[in-house]
Write a protein that binds this ligand. Structure first.
Ligand SMILES: Nc1nc2c(ncn2[C@@H]2O[C@H](COP(=O)(O)OP(=O)(O)OP(=O)(O)O)[C@@H](O)[C@H]2O)c(=O)[nH]1
Length: 267
């Protein structure tokens, strides 16, 4: 695996690329924890870091090897390069809310070419924006810490049926079938997504696992919570956050979307 810093409109994030033994796809974790990047290093919450990244991979691994794959702490600059050490995870103080997590499945059409058949591109952006929002600590009405959490980006296009079948399904939708029937006519299940890889990535990041912190999950989809709990992860709270797919009715929008719509209307 490897990790690097990516500047985004919502701030600095750390992109983690994972290899796995279940499929030959490169799944990703977008870790939002800008405190790790700050120079004053006074974060009261534990850093969200990958155990496998910070592990020592071999006896002959050099500091340069570690830096190259992203196993460093703080900022990487021409003058500063501090390799990380294997993690000793500490539990956060009790007034720090659990990290916010979004499990997002790949959607080339919505994210890359801006398809309006779905709102996946907007959802991805909104997830990073929401997780990046400063967090108010419960013990003090004025103290805040930088937003922290992660988007787990799974390479399961078209609810797991793949891009080719998704394109064919769109044609079936254009001739009058709904999304579920279109998938079934193509020999697929209505939804072929799985969340075991997401659970493994979350465990690696110390999110939701016994050794780490519990999480708050951004989703309208209770299957995602069930799947993570079956994998032994702890989801403290499910936050409904967006409109359900296919719902164009503004009365069904959640508060964040109402806010965004209001902002757009006044722009
Ligand atoms: N087959 C098919 N897949 C679609 C269609 N529209 C969106 N998708 C896929 O649906 C997936 C979106 O899933 P998620 O981001 O996990 O979100 P969700 O299942 O809607 O649940 P939430 O967590 O509540 O947002 C992506 O893989 C998209 O490619 C469609 O019309 N047909």
């Amino acid at each position: 695996m490897a990790r690097t810093r990516i500047p985004t409109p919502h701030g600095t994030v750390f992109l983690h690329l994972y290899h796995n033994t279940l499929d030959n796809k490169e799944h990703l974790a977008i870790v939002i924890d800008p405190a790790q990047y700050s120079t004053n290093n006074q974060s009261i919450a534990p850093p969200i870091r990958s155990r496998s990244l910070d592990a020592i991979w071999s006896n002959d691994e050099t500091q340069e090897d570690r830096i190259l794959r992203g196993a460093y702490v703080g900022r990487l600059t021409p003058e500063t390069r501090i390799p990380s050490r294997p993690i000793d995870q500490s539990r956060p103080p009790t007034d720090v809310p659990p990290p916010l997590v979004r499990i997002h499945s790949e959607c080339f059409t919505g994210e890359t070419i801006g398809s309006l058949r779905c709102d996946c591109g907007e959802q991805l952006d909104e997830a990073i924006r929401l997780i990046s929002q400063p967090i108010q600590l419960s013990t003090s009405s004025s103290a805040t810490i930088p937003g922290r959490g992660a988007v787990i980006y799974l390479r399961q296009e078209g609810r797991g049926i793949g891009l080719l079948s998704k394109i064919q399904a769109y044609n079936l939708q254009d001739v009058g079938h709904d999304t579920v029937t279109a998938n079934i006519l193509l020999g697929h299940k209505a939804d072929e997504r799985g969340y075991d890889i997401a659970a493994a990535i979350l465990r690696d990041l110390g999110l939701g696992s016994e050794q780490g912190e519990s999480i708050r999950l951004l989703t309208n989809n209770p299957d995602k919570v069930m799947a993570l709990e079956q994998e032994g992860l702890t989801v403290l709270e499910r936050l409904r956050w967006y409109r359900d797919h296919g719902s164009a009715n503004p009365s069904q929008l959640c508060p964040q979307v109402h806010l965004r719509v209001a902002r757009q209307a006044s722009a």
